[in-house]
Design a protein around this ligand. Structure first.
Ligand SMILES: NC(=O)C1=CN([C@@H]2O[C@H](COP(=O)(O)OP(=O)(O)OC[C@H]3O[C@@H](n4cnc5c(N)ncnc54)[C@H](OP(=O)(O)O)[C@@H]3O)[C@@H](O)[C@H]2O)[C@@H](O)CC1
Ligand SMILES: Nc1ncnc2c1ncn2[C@@H]1O[C@H](COP(=O)(O)OP(=O)(O)O)[C@@H](O)[C@H]1O
Ligand SMILES: [K+]
Length: 474
C-alpha cells in the first residue's frame, strides 16, 4: 500500500521528531537520499553538469545540500537562486564551499545533465511565482528531479494553479503526498522515490493499493464454495436504444468474482446470446430474484429511473452508473436517505458535476473544474450523498463517506473508449456481490480495470471495451 499524508500531518510529525534530534538532521537525511537518487540517474557523477533551482525555503535547502554532495563527488554544480536575498544560507554556503557556483543564466536549464527542482515543496501556496514560472515551460532532454513535490503542484490535492515543473523523478521525504498520486499533479511527478527520514505518522488519509494488496482482497473460490456463496450480482442496464451497454456491463460482471450474474432489462436477448451463462429476465430488478449487489444505469435510457428506484429499495449494495447517475442527480441525495446497505456511485467528471449540482443546487460546475480538483470533488460527493464515490478519469479517486480515500493510477488513456465505463461498473458490482466492502470493491475494480486496459493495449491498440473485459485477470 502506498500511504499519502496531508501536509499538516507531515508538519506535525516533523516537529515531534525534530524536537528529539540535533538541528539539521532531517534535512541531511533528505539531502542524502536525494543525492543518492541523482547518482543513480547520472551515467557518472564526476564531470557531469547539475543545475539546482533553489527557492527560499527548506525545499531549496534540501536541493542545495544535495547539490553540495554531488559537487564533492566531482559534479559541476550551478545554482539558480529564485529569491537570492532569501536563499537557504547554510545550504548555499555548503554548496559554494564544495565548489558550486551561482548562475543567473536560464540556458543552464537545457545544458545541464540533471536539474534539481528545489523551488518549492510542501510550503507552496498559489501558483508558481513569476521568477519560477518560466522554468515550467522550458524543455530539456536529461532528467528533472523534483525535490519532495514538483514545484507548482499542490501537495495536498494534486491541483495545479497555472503552471508546474514537469519532473521525470520525484524524490519525496517521509511519506507520499496526495498530490503525487492524483492527477494533474501525478502526471508532473514522474517516477516516485520515497526516502525514509524517520517520521512517525498517523494513519494515512489517502492510500493507493499495490499488487500484493489487491491480491489479498480478491475473492477466490475455496473448497466449500458454490455459485451462490460466491455471490450473485444483478445487472440492470441497457435499453432498446443502448443494448450494448448491457452486454458490456455483464461482461465486466462475469470477470469480478461473483458466482453468477443475473440480468434484468430489455436487452435480455442480446445478453444471453452473447453470454449463455447469464440468468436473464426482461423485467426490472424488483422481480429478478435474489442478488447480493445491483449494478444500475449503464445505457439505461428512459428505463433507468424505474430500475434505479427498485434497486435502491433493496437491502443489498447498489452501484449506480451512467443514466442511473443522471437520474440520481435529478433526485438529489434524499433518494439514498432510507437505504440500509451501501451505495457506490461511479461518475466521470461530467456526471460528477451534475451530481454536485443535484446535492448543492445551482448549475453544474464545468466538468473540467471537477476533474482538476478531483480529490475535493470525490470527497464532497461522498459526504453529500453518504455514498462511496469512484470518480473516473486519468487517476481514479475513490472516496468513502467515512473519509477514507483510495487512488488508482493503473489505467491508460486508451481506456477512454466508449463502453469501458460499463465494464468497470459490472466488474465493481461483481466484487461488491462477492462481499468486498465498498471502498475495497471500488478501488480493486479500478485497479483490475486499469491493468486490463494496459494489458489489452500491450497486445494491440486502439483497444475496445470488450477487450478490456476479456483482459481482466485475478
Ligand atoms: N516536513 C518535513 O518533515 C521535512 C521537510 N523537508 C523539506 O522542507 C520542505 C518544506 O520547506 P518549507 O516549509 O520551508 O517550505 P517550501 O516548500 O520550501 O516553500 C516555502 C518557500 O517557498 C516560497 N513559496 C511559497 N509558495 C510559492 C510559490 N507558489 N512559488 C514560488 N515560491 C513559493 C515561500 O516564500 P514566501 O511565501 O515566504 O515568500 C517560501 O520561501 C519540504 O517540501 C521538504 O523539501 C526536508 O528537509 C526534511 C523534512
Ligand atoms: N485519460 C485517461 N487515463 C486513464 N483512464 C482513463 C482516461 N480517461 C478515461 N479513463 C477511464 O476509462 C473509463 C471510461 O469510463 P466512462 O467515461 O464512463 O466511459 P463510457 O461511459 O463510454 O463507458 C473509466 O474507467 C476511466 O477511468
Ligand atoms: K520542488
Amino acid at each position: 500500500m502506498r500511504h499519502a499524508h496531508a501536509v499538516e500531518q507531515v508538519r506535525a510529525a516533523e516537529a515531534a521528531l525534530m524536537a528529539r534530534l540535533p538541528e539539521g538532521t532531517l534535512m541531511q537525511r533528505a539531502a542524502a537520499g536525494l543525492a543518492a537518487v541523482c547518482v543513480r540517474l547520472l551515467p557518472r557523477v564526476y564531470g557531469s553538469r547539475v543545475l539546482v533551482l533553489a527557492g527560499s525555503g527548506d525545499n531549496g535547502g534540501d536541493a542545495l545540500y544535495a547539490g553540495a554532495r554531488l559537487a564533492r563527488r566531482g559534479a559541476s554544480v550551478r545554482v539558480v537562486l529564485l529569491t537570492p536575498e532569501r536563499a537557504h544560507a547554510d545550504g548555499l554556503a555548503e554548496l559554494l564551499a564544495a565548489g558550486g557556483r551561482v548562475t543567473a543564466d536560464p540556458a543552464e536549464f537545457e545544458r545541464a545533465d540533471l536539474v534539481l527542482d528545489g523551488i518549492v515543496g510542501i510550503g507552496g501556496r498559489g501558483g508558481l511565482r513569476p521568477a519560477a514560472a518560466p522554468y515550467a515551460g522550458m524543455r530539456r532532454s536529461g532528467p528533472v528531479v523534483a525535490v519532495d513535490v514538483p514545484s507548482g503542484v499542490d501537495a495536498d490535492t494534486g491541483e495545479v494553479d497555472g503552471v508546474a515543473l514537469r519532473a521525470d523523478v520525484t524524490v519525496c521525504f517521509g511519506t507520499y503526498k496526495p498530490g503525487l498520486l492524483i492527477d494533474p499533479g501525478a502526471s508532473y511527478a514522474g517516477v516516485l522515490h520515497l526516502v525514509g527520514i524517520g517520521l512517525e505518522l498517523p494513519p494515512a488519509p489517502v492510500t493507493a493499493l499495490q499488487e500484493q494488496d489487491v491480491a489479498g482482497l480478491l475473492p477466490r473460490p475455496a473448497a466449500e464454495s458454490d455459485k451462490y456463496r460466491r455471490g450473485v450480482v444483478g445487472v440492470a442496464a441497457g435499453s432498446a436504444r443502448y443494448p450494448g451497454a448491457a452486454v458490456l456491463a455483464v461482461a465486466g460482471a462475469l470477470r469480478g468474482g461473483a458466482g453468477a450474474v443475473r440480468y434484468a432489462g430489455t436487452a435480455a436477448e442480446e445478453v444471453v446470446r452473447r453470454f449463455p451463462e447469464v440468468l436473464v429476465t426482461e423485467g426490472t430488478p424488483g422481480g429478478a430474484g435474489r442478488v447480493q449487489a445491483w449494478v444500475v444505469g449503464p445505457g439505461g435510457g428512459e428505463g433507468a429511473g424505474a430500475a434505479l428506484a427498485e434497486a435502491l429499495a433493496s437491502d443489498v449494495p447498489v452501484l449506480v452508473d451512467a443514466d442511473g447517475l443522471t437520474e440520481l442527480a435529478r433526485l438529489g441525495p434524499d433518494a439514498l436517505r432510507d437505504r440500509t446497505a451501501p451505495t457506490v456511485l461511479t461518475p466521470h467528471a461530467g456526471e460528477a458535476a451534475r451530481l454536485l449540482a443535484g446535492a448543492l443546487g445551482g448549475p453544474p460546475p464545468p466538468a473540467d473544474a471537477a476533474a482538476a480538483a478531483r480529490l475535493a470533488t470525490a470527497r464532497r460527493l461522498a459526504a453529500a450523498y453518504r455514498a462511496t464515490v469512484l470518480l473516473k478519469g486519468s487517476t481514479t479517486v475513490v472516496a468513502d463517506p467515512g473519509g477514507g480515500v483510495r487512488v488508482n493510477a493503473t489505467g491508460t488513456p486508451w481506456l477512454a473508449t466508449a463502453g469501458s465505463g460499463d465494464v468497470l461498473s459490472g466488474l465493481t458490482g461483481s466484487l461488491l456481490a462477492a462481499g468486498l466492502a465498498p471502498l475495497d470493491a471500488a478501488s480493486v475494480g479500478a485497479y483490475l480495470h486499469g491493468m486490463a486496459g494496459r494489458d489489452a493495449a500491450e497486445r494491440r491498440t486502439p483497444i475496445t471495451a470488450m477487450e478490456v473485459a476479456e483482459h481482466v485477470r485475478f
